[in-house]
Design a binder for this molecule. Structure first.
Ligand SMILES: Cc1cc2nc3c(=O)[nH]c(=O)nc-3n(C[C@H](O)[C@H](O)[C@H](O)COP(=O)(O)O)c2cc1C
Length: 304
């Protein structure tokens, strides 16, 4: 049969390759349920840490020419409270990926353990937030630190672990290899690209945090390059992320080497129908090109 859009990442079975990206609407059981109903293949929660965080002062999110610039500062209620939201999701019909961050390998592992106990099907390690001191990309820029975090989480939980990488490094292959050799079950690439905007009337940076992360259409070619490079460096599945708004964007990332794609900023422009539209677009593409499944086109752009 042609045009199968089901995919598998580690031991997760997805009805289609679209996944909600972390940080966009994934803050409550209600939102996550609504996104599942809208047709996503899996959902990722907002990143959660051990203790509650307020996040930065406004402005935290602004629209720029071809994307969204944010420095929200990882506001979250802390894993103990968030676990109650996760527990409400037991009847979710699609895999639930819980995104976690910490300030040490031990803290990442503690949060991951509580998330799994509450019902997470997989853990995504936020090793890539571009604007948090002592966590996120500050850890994810070092192959050694990535290795320590992945190893510690891997020995602490029995669910698949996805390492979400930052593009703000010289060599993303080296970082991906460190994650894979330490036991990551998949790589998510990419988080936002460090960026800023200045208000020319007030002559000051617009974001309260001054520097933030750029997402949306502007970063898609960066995501395609990162996925392409990572595919050549590791043997574990890749979840592509960055600027996916249409099925064409999704197919491009899959051809570069992604087994599934995450969607974040596009929800602001397209709303929740974006999941079904992309999944059906991929199915039609596979059918038109005579491919039997998504698997057949993963990394096809690498063939000579
Ligand atoms: C407002 C906002 C908040 C985000 N929060 C998180 C977060 O908590 N954890 C994380 O790993 N990524 C976070 N991200 C990054 C997205 O998950 C994604 O990697 C990035 O936006 C690129 O995908 P996109 O172009 O489809 O938005 C956030 C992005 C935005 C725009």
């Amino acid at each position: 049969m042609q045009g199968q859009i089901e995919v598998e990442i580690a031991d997760l079975k997805l009805r289609n390759p679209t996944i909600l990206a972390s940080g966009i609407l994934g803050t409550s059981a209600d939102y996550l349920t609504e996104i599942a109903r809208a047709g996503a293949g899996a959902v990722t929660t907002k990143s959660v840490g051990l203790e509650p965080r307020e996040g930065y002062k406004n402005p935290t999110v602004i629209q720029v020419e071809c994307g969204i610039l944010n420095a929200v500062g990882l506001p979250n209620p802390g894993i103990r409270k968030f676990a109650k939201e996760i527990e409400e999701l037991h009847s979710l019909e699609i895999p639930l990926i819980v995104s976690v961050y910490g300030f040490s390998p031990k803290e990442y592992a503690e949060v991951a353990m509580m998330a799994v106990e509450a019902g997470a099907d997989a853990i995504e390690l936020n090793l890539s937030c571009p604007h948090i001191k002592g966590s996120g990309a500050e850890i994810g820029r070092s192959p050694k630190m990535i290795g320590l975090v992945v190893e510690k989480v891997k020995e602490s939980v029995n669910r698949p672990i996805f390492a979400k990488l930052t593009p703000n490094v010289t060599d993303i292959k080296e970082i991906a290899m460190a994650a894979a050799s330490s036991g990551a079950d998949a790589i998510t690439a990419i988080n936002t690209v460090r960026a800023m905007a200045i208000d020319i009337e007030t002559c000051r940076p617009i974001l309260a945090n001054k520097i933030g992360g750029l997402s949306g259409g502007a970063i898609k070619p960066i995501a395609v390059r990162c996925v392409y490079e990572i595919y050549e460096a590791v043997d574990i599945p890749i979840i592509g992320c960055g600027g996916v708004r249409t099925w064409r964007d999704a197919v491009e990332l899959i051809l570069a080497g992604a087994s599934a794609v995450q969607i974040g900023s596009a929800i602001a422009y397209e709303g929740l129908p974006v999941f079904k539209a992309i999944a059906e677009g991929i199915r039609t593409y596979l059918y038109r090109k005579g491919f039997g499944s998504v698997k057949e086109i993963v990394g096809l752009a690498h063939e000579a």
